[in-house]
Design a protein around this ligand. Sequence first.
Ligand code: SF4
Ligand code: SF4
Length: 407
Amino acid sequence: MDRRRFLGVGAGLTAGLAGLGTVAGRAAAEPPRIRRYVKLGTTDLEVSDISFGSSRSSDPDLVRHAADRGVTYFDTAESYRGGRAEEAIGEALSGRRDRFVIASKHKAWSGETRDSMMTALEGSLRRLRTDWVDIYFNHAVNDLRRLQNPEWREFTDRAVRDGKIRYRGVSGHGSNLGECLDHALDHDLADVLLAAYNFAEDASFFERMRARFHFVAPQTGLSRVLRRARAKGVGVLAMKTLMGARLNDMRPFETGGATFAQAAFRWVLSGANVDGVVISMTDIAAIDEYVAASGGDRLSADELGLLGRYAEHQGPRYCRPGCGACVESCPAGVEIAEVLRTRMYDVDYRDPLLARTDYAALGSGGGAACLSCDGTPCLGACPAGIPIAGFTRDAALRLGRAVPALA
Ligand code: SF4
Ligand code: SF4
């Protein structure tokens, strides 16, 4: 157990809850604000410990609200909302660019040229209304060949020289995430990592809660890779920290101080593996709830219990980024973890646009083959107990249609 993560309600906890109405009296009327800023590895970037993810929003007013609450890091990608997420950040932060850290992303393919990558970057800069991004990520890596493409390094070297990128990064949430991140660290391809990671990826969480669980948690090894990154001076940001983000499932049990989301952020932030959290901010109330977790570094017994209750409920439904234990089980080449991720976007996030866009991008790796398979090959392949065939068939039925036009 990390030194900072002992049980008990401390000063950091009560401070972080200001403005939510969960702490009686003096703090109730104050709007929540970011209370801690963290340095990303050996870069000179200092960012809010809770930061703005834009994969599910394209509203400049949400960006402005987060900035007003003290958020200083805004994370986007050329693909989010068909480019509109970048436009919203560009519009909201225009005229005060210097005060914020902005990151964007491009999926650089294994055969892509440096010129094509530069064209993609310049499109992002236009939409963001800026001359530079602070971090530019090779987005959603899950295949080593994408990182082994020498054009990516040549492109980032040139973009850094030209002042269009300050730092380079690698981001991912796939089943092969650990191997990809190790490769990036081995070859000095990243100043910052952005990785899917939550309390249920942390072996110490299950050790702490051992008596409670009746299933075996797959060990993804991500804790080791992220610790390695930090030891090397690489900044580490975590995304997908809410393990499926079924926040409403936990509302009736949020009686002991923090909400589930706040407790989940605190677990990650109080450990040794991560510098900061990037979270999709989709409405004003969610921004205030999330920002109120800033600076908290302790969990009470009730809050730890909340995480345990959630993991018990969601464990046999949530596919762990970086796991890949079922990869060899499907003779039809279905990318099981990727299909389950898109299903999560639809079922748990209730974001059909994101789900169907990402599902369509899987092409032949999607779940169409599952509709004519009896499910025998992948039966029991998931140590967490996910009923793979049922979920992949469900994904194929839900998502295997044309992507709807953007509203
Ligand atoms: S379905 Fe289960 S075994 Fe397969 S990647 Fe997800 S958690 Fe791991
Ligand atoms: S149901 Fe069949 S096709 Fe689908 S993942 Fe399982 S083994 Fe592969």
